[in-house]
Design a protein around this ligand. Structure first.
Ligand SMILES: Nc1nc2c(ncn2[C@@H]2O[C@H](COP(=O)(O)OP(=O)(O)OP(=O)(O)O)[C@@H](O)[C@H]2O)c(=O)[nH]1
Length: 338
């Protein structure tokens, strides 16, 4: 007989691993979701950034005040931070219990673009007793070829693991191209539900499609952390003292010019002494318009670069009048350069 003994307050919670290549639109999708009516009270997010600075967290907390949010920065949740994920979820559960709040309906882990879902699912065995429903949703940027980025291996692993694939940046392609894209995705993951919608509101379905495809948590086994698995990819972190954001933008454009295709992603949070901070970002060497965030930050200006086949000296040698101090993923000091 099925017993209720195994029920927990969290067994109705949907744990969504939100994966997708670097810059493919995960944060944008999540931002729309948590801003939909009634979502914030019942949803929590955990943000994993490969860099030491949690810029996605800053974007989300700027747009959704009061959202329960935890961060896993300076590493990849599929390699170096697997144990931290379990600990973070346990902390979240404890804090809700202490505040006498009910279990969440949705818990979203936004992975770094470099993460592979398999090891994350494996690490969730440490939470199997909660009996949450776990599924993988992956974003796919329609404006570029599948696997064309620097870490094709991770991107293909994300798409293959997904129960739901959300096509993003569909505004930049024709309807025919979009349909062809959706067909080609079905070819290499025929099991996934593909969300192919131009209307942002319709894309919110990404959290619901997984119910019939839910993936049970595997039985508890030993959790081991693994070494970082991206030998050709480096994450560098630059700190700058009080620059004007326009100067940072000029410098970043120079960096993009020098690195070319070796540049995978830039995210910069520039402190503006007059008014909050300014977000500058690129996917590859394509920059988005600067975006002002209203939060006030006391942190110094920070820039995270994700690059392929390049060491920090390539970036540090690019001319600038600003004083830049460099660190790598593990925050080894790499000295100051000017
Ligand atoms: N035109 C267009 N731009 C988009 C869309 N979705 C996201 N973007 C832009 O693409 C850039 C990257 O989007 P993000 O949502 O930060 O992507 P991400 O996957 O969270 O990025 P990482 O966390 O670095 O992997 C930003 O400049 C967004 O404004 C879209 O549907 N259309």
């Amino acid at each position: 007989m099925a017993s209720n003994d195994h029920r927990t307050p969290w067994d109705q919670t949907h744990f969504i691993i939100l994966a997708g290549a670097l810059g493919s639109g995960k944060t944008t999708l999540l931002e729309a979701f948590i801003n939909a009516p009634g979502m914030r009270a019942t949803t929590a997010v955990i943000i994993n950034e490969a860099g030491a600075i949690n810029i996605d967290g800053a974007i989300l907390s700027d747009s959704a005040k009061g959202l329960a949010m935890a961060t896993l920065s300076n590493g990849c949740v599929c390699c170096s931070l697997t144990n931290d994920l379990v600990f973070t979820v346990e902390e979240l559960i404890a804090s809700r219990a202490n505040a006498d709040l009910p279990a969440l309906t949705t818990l979203v882990l936004e992975c770094s673009g470099l993460s592979k879902p398999g090891p994350i699912i494996r690490s969730l065995t440490g939470l199997a007793e909660l009996r949450m429903r776990v599924s993988v949703v992956s974003t796919l940027d329609c404006s570029r070829e599948v696997g064309a980025g620097g870490d094709a291996e991770a991107e293909l692993a994300q798409l293959a693991a997904a129960q739901t694939i959300v096509l993003t940046k569909v505004d930049g392609v024709s309807d025919d191209a979009r349909e062809q894209y959706a067909d080609s995705i079905r070819y290499f993951n025929p099991f996934a539900t593909v969300i192919n919608e131009t209307e942002p509101a319709c894309r919110l379905a990404w959290t619901r499609f997984n119910e019939r495809n839910e993936r049970p948590l595997p039985p508890i086994s030993r959790i081991t952390s693994q070494a970082v698995q991206h030998p050709r990819i480096n994450v560098f972190h630059a700190r700058l003292a009080n620059p004007e954001w326009e100067d940072v933008q000029d410098w970043l454009e120079n960096v993009a010019g020098v690195l070319g295709e070796r540049l995978l992603r830039i995210k910069a949070l520039v402190n503006d002494p007059h008014d909050g901070c300014v977000l500058l970002q690129s996917v590859g060497s394509t920059f988005s318009a600067a975006r002002r965030l209203q939060q006030t930050s006391t942190q110094a200006t920070s820039v995270v670069f994700i690059v392929r086949d390049s060491d920090v000296s390539v970036l540090a040698n690019i001319e600038t009048l600003m004083t830049v101090s460099w660190g790598s993923l593990d925050e080894r000091s790499l000295g100051d350069c000017q």
